[in-house]
Design a binder for this molecule. Structure first.
Ligand SMILES: NC(=O)c1ccc[n+]([C@@H]2O[C@H](COP(=O)([O-])OP(=O)(O)OC[C@H]3O[C@@H](n4cnc5c(N)ncnc54)[C@H](O)[C@@H]3O)[C@@H](O)[C@H]2O)c1
Length: 418
């Protein structure tokens, strides 16, 4: 395939970012020589008009625009559909696109039901359509470096991983009626780990989930919901309906997961209280070493024999030393990217994930984040919702591979997919 012909559904902050280059994914795609944007779609007509005009004015490109995603998925001029819209429509559009024979690149989010997860798997298996969940966090510079180190045994046997999504989204959520945003309706109605995949993705890759290991059970607890009300009372006024309304979504949701291999995972969702900066809460803990993303600290006992006993009174805290491992363990795709001068959002991971998708479809490669990964990671949302509603009850995590997880070897090709 010479150029991959793409239709894009969802022209919000992620898909289009009002034309802001390097931010909206459509601009990252359009900058790739191997891609042709054929059409854009959003249910809001002004967003479609703006994007069509932007491409004409800025790039002299005539692209189709529509408010109906079915026109995109059924368009014979299109090879692949990229789904950048609100969470609720990810699965319906992905199913329609696969049934129409299109490759699917689907943005991240949680599932609304186990049925949706099973359907994703069933339809992908039936149609054979190329599918990739566009989990850019898997392509993070440090996550990929650490993944390489884990694969090479530097951390010993991995015992526990934690991760999460710490991002103060109070403004985005609170103004979600005036500046349409899907999070507001979700925070009104659901109480769950609503955004699990950013850290669960890299963690599952490290723990070989669906490839010799799987998640078997989870339990979630949600704190009370106070952050949005307090924020809204100050920003919108104490008598504003949104200052008084009941939000279902607890401010902090903590989920513990147990894996068949005996490892545990802790996930934290933290989006409605003040916090200084974005945090992934990412920690990888093994018998011989560890990584902590917030302090960018790596401990590899075998490489620091004098510090095996890390006495806190005698040693400076180890931080910002992950970069000392880049020479040896940063994957080549990152070294090449750094030399290339390409710029893309989230420090470059948006380019990496989209490039992996385009590469997968054009050259018929295995999906780096396949439909079994997507189902396993997304189902945490609906399972946590059930667990929270039952006071933290332990619930079973389904096996979406139908038993194939016991046979599959660890996914070596993932490292080399770009
Ligand atoms: N990977 C990342 O780093 C990252 C970052 C931000 C957002 N996201 C994901 O991107 C997605 C979009 O987020 P956003 O911040 O752009 O949200 P947004 O609300 O700004 O945009 C979503 C767009 O989808 C459109 N839409 C909804 N239903 C539709 C339908 N049936 N047909 C066509 N268009 C429809 C809406 O009108 C809106 O323009 C979400 O899944 C989010 O989780 C990922």
């Amino acid at each position: 395939m010479d150029k991959l012909r793409i239709g894009v559904v969802g022209l919000g902050q992620r898909g289009y970012a009002s034309g802001a280059e390097y931010c909206g994914l459509i601009h990252v795609l359009n900058d790739m020589d191997s891609v042709e944007i054929i059409s854009v779609c959003d249910e809001l007509p002004d967003r479609v008009e703006s994007a069509v005009k932007f491409f004409k004015d800025k790039h002299n490109l005539t692209i189709k625009g529509t408010t109906d995603y079915k026109e995109v998925v059924n368009d014979p001029d299109i090879d692949a559909v990229c789904i950048f819209c609100s969470w609720e429509m990810h699965v319906p559009i992905a199913l329609a696109a696969m049934r129409a024979g299109k490759a699917v690149g689907m943005e991240v989010g949680g599932a609304y039901s186990l049925h949706d997860c099973y359907e994703l798997v069933r339809v992908q298996e039936e149609t054979g359509a190329p599918f990739m969940m566009l989990e850019n966090a898997c392509y993070d510079r440090n996550e990929m470096t650490v993944m390489n180190m884990v694969r090479q045994g530097l951390f010993g046997e991995i015992v526990h991983c934690s991760g999460g999504y710490g991002h103060d989204l109070r403004a985005e959520i609170s103004l979600g009626d005036e500046m349409p945003h899907y999070r507001l309706r979700n925070y009104r109605t659901r109480n769950c780990e609503n955004y699990p995949t950013h850290q669960l993705g890299p963690i599952c890759k490290i723990l070989n989930i669906n490839r010799g290991n799987r998640m078997v059970a989870l339990s979630s607890f949600a704190s009370k919901a106070r952050g949005l009300n307090d924020y809204n009372a100050r920003i919108l006024g104490k008598d504003h309906p949104r200052a008084k309304e009941h939000f279902a979504q607890g401010d902090i949701v903590t989920t513990n997961i147990r894996c068949a291999g005996g490892e545990t995972i802790t996930l934290v969702l933290d989006t409605t209280l003040p916090r200084p900066y974005f945090s992934t809460y990412y920690n990888v803990r093994g018998t011989r070493g560890m990584f902590s993303a917030d302090t960018k600290s790596v401990v590899v006992e075998d490489k620091m024999p004098d510090k095996v006993e890390l006495d806190w009174e005698e040693h400076e805290p180890i931080k910002d030393n992950v970069k000392d491992y880049y020479d040896e363990y940063l994957p080549d795709i990152w070294k090449e990217y750094d030399k290339s001068g390409i710029k893309a959002g989230h420090g470059g991971i948006d380019w990496h994930v989209l490039n992996a998708f385009v590469d997968m479809v054009r050259f018929n490669k295995p999906s780096p984040v396949d439909v079994y990964d997507a189902a396993a990671w997304m189902c945490v949302t609906t399972l946590s919702e059930a667990s929270v509603s039952m006071g933290g009850a332990v619930v079973e995590v389904p096996d979406f591979t139908g038993g194939k997880w016991v046979k599959v070897e660890p996914q070596e090709e993932w490292k080399y997919s770009l």
